[in-house]
Design a protein around this ligand. Sequence first.
Ligand SMILES: [Zn+2]
Length: 69
Amino acid sequence: MARRYNGHMNGEQYLGNKAKKQVHDLDNEKTGANECQIDEIIRAGNDTPFSSLAAAHGAGYADCDYCLK
Ligand SMILES: [Zn+2]
């Protein structure tokens, strides 16, 4: 998979899911029914772009268990 240019995303490396307050690394995305589900997050309108992990953490987002562990 790859960085996104749809929803609220414009090529940023990190995508926050504002529903779960969880951040994903799109350069290390894991695909599958129980994994990152990035496209589901974008479809739900819950995607929030971050250009750095520090910015996501500063906004209170926790690391995804799949792509950031
Ligand atoms: Zn993830």
